[in-house]
Design a protein around this ligand. Structure first.
Ligand code: NAD
Length: 493
């Protein structure tokens, strides 16, 4: 059985902890490898390597660091199909979906390659007579990433390429449920001419996370995962004085207006709710129909969702792969039962899907007659379960959306510019889709949840990545031989 290793100071090394856990293919139940749950000494070694590498790495020219991103991009493109296959095998999403994820991963590297432009500071001449002020950006230091299972390739790359392009060094803790794809990504990183210690990988679980949060050698923490863990990370990292961004869970609403164009709307709703078996933080999990949109949209939606093929994501023609684990399968089927007990009507019930009996499958499920106050509307299920709520007006629909404790993504389906304008203005969420079911911003824009979906100030990727991975330093200067007056700069303007 393959036992995964950590990548520290440019070498693959076994974890010093003897604790090993199986990594399983959720479609078959097959054990793919064993992942170590590393201990504090493994983390200490990674942080020491990252600290040691930092001074020389921040002195590499910004242009050379940007150029390295071009090289990384080419290597990832060359291994794209291997990366996608790895995502499907360990996480379960279908191969085309995994390929799209790897495309987004590569796009992050493309955005990070712009660092000679994006990392520029600003200057203002003559803030007083002969006095100039300038703000420069410098790396933050040693940065750590803690990531979830549902995007094994992309989410770690929301942080790693931007962090190192800005001159930081990095320690990644992948999800213990899907560690294989980042092992492959680090094999690719290892082919670059990166100095040892610039990037490090420590496999493990909670103990590594707790070590990161209290480690004096770590300056900044980027977290993506469930809302309760995001809160722990945010509070504990802040308590030790670290810069922190913590992206949490979600419950995304999709509002359908009476004038929505039926076929593309149904396709958008299906892709959002059931793609990746509903395990995307941008998955739409509540439909709010406005007025008679319900009669127009729900029957064709149920028909189309009933035709989706559930199975192993490696096979052609499969639409919905497995959920991540047997535990997730039980949790999701429990949620369906509870919602039905609360009064919902299952117009499509996925509790007994086709698929390998040893795999973890839940089929697409649509629950109609759901009331806005039911837990199935306010709490995250993270599976292929779609709740349908009815609203009389757009105002009522927006009220239902805004009652959610989460504020990640929302979508509206309509051809009315006025409805879109109102929705965009009033809705309390960080990412809005207009006739788009999964409005995940591209790498060049920030990924920006609100409310319980995000704790922190600076969001992920886009211009925010450079803000997060740099510290600003403002220099005020004058030269007397150049004609500056010698009085108090503070007083005289
Ligand atoms: P999770 O919170 O269980 O795990 C995330 C990471 O935290 C993992 O690396 C895990 O090892 C670690 N962890 C788990 N429990 C911990 C604990 N008690 N103490 C310290 N560390 C702990 O999340 P998951 O199940 O891997 O991923 C799914 C969740 O992630 C969903 O809630 C989803 O909405 C969310 N997510 C959010 C975004 C976003 O952009 N907001 C993106 C992707 C996923």
């Amino acid at each position: 059985m393959r036992v995964l290793e950590n990548y520290i100071a440019g070498n693959w090394v076994p974890s010093s902890s003897g604790e090993l856990h199986p990594v399983t293919d959720p479609a078959t139940g097959e054990v793919l490898a064993e992942v170590p749950f590393s201990d504090r000494s493994d983390l200490d070694a990674a942080v020491a390597a990252a600290r040691e590498a930092l001074p020389a790495w921040r002195d590499v020219s910004t242009i050379a660091r940007g150029r390295l991103m071009f090289e990384l991009r080419q290597k990832l493109v060359a291994r794209r199909s291997d990366l996608a296959r790895s995502v499907t095998v360990e996480m379960g999403k279908t191969l085309p979906d995994a390929d799209a994820e790897v495309g987004r991963m590569i796009e992050m590297v493309e955005a990070a390659a712009a660092v000679p432009t994006t990392m520029q500071g600003r200057i203002l001449e003559d803030v007083a007579r002969g006095v100039d002020a300038e703000t420069i950006r410098q790396p933050v230091g040693v940065c750590a990433g803690i990531v979830p299972f549902n995007f094994p390739a992309m989410v770690p790359f929301w942080f790693l390429p931007f962090a190192i392009a800005c001159g930081n060094t990095f320690v990644l803790k992948p999800s213990e449920q899907v560690p294989l794809t980042q092992t492959l990504a680090f094999e690719i990183l290892d082919e670059l001419d990166l100095p040892p210690g610039v990037v490090n990988l420590v496999n493990g679980s909670r103990a590594v996370v707790e070590g990161i949060l209290e480690h004096p050698g770590i300056d900044a923490v980027s977290f993506v995962g469930s809302a309760p863990v995001a809160r722990i990370v945010y509070e504990r990292a802040a308590a030790t004085g670290k810069r922190v961004q913590a992206l949490g869970g979600a419950k995304n609403h999709m509002v359908v207006c009476p004038d929505a164009v039926v076929e593309p709307t149904v396709n958008g709703l299906i892709g959002s709710a059931f793609g990746a078996a509903g395990q995307r933080c941008m998955a739409g999990s509540v439909i709010v129909t406005v007025g008679d949109a319900h009669e127009r949209i729900i029957p064709p939606l149920v028909e189309a969702a009933s035709a989706l093929k559930v199975g192993n994501g490696l096979e052609d023609g499969v639409d919905v792969g497995p959920v991540i684990s047997a535990e997730a399968c039980d949790r999701i089927t429990d949620w369906i039962g509870r919602a039905i007990d609360d009064g919902a009507v299952a117009v499509l019930d996925g509790r007994e899907p086709s698929g390998n009996a040893d795999g973890s499958f839940v089929g697409p499920t649509i629950l109609d007659r759901v009331e806005p106050e039911m837990p199935i509307v306010s709490e995250e299920v993270f599976g292929p379960v779609l709740a349908v709520v009815r609203a009389e007006t757009l105002d009522d629909a927006i009220e239902i959306v805004n009652a959610s404790p989460f504020g990640n993504g929302v979508s509206i389906f309509t051809e009315s510019g006025a409805a879109v304008r109102k929705f965009r203005h009033d809705v309390e969420a960080g990412m809005v889709g207009v006739n788009i079911g999964v409005a995940a911003p591209v790498a060049f824009f920030p990924f920006s949840g609100w409310k319980a979906s995000f704790l922190g100030d600076i969001h992920a990727h886009g211009p925010d990545a450079v803000d997060f991975f740099t510290r600003k330093k403002t220099v005020t200067s004058r030269y007397f031989s150049g004609g500056a007056t010698s009085g108090s700069y503070f007083v005289e303007r």
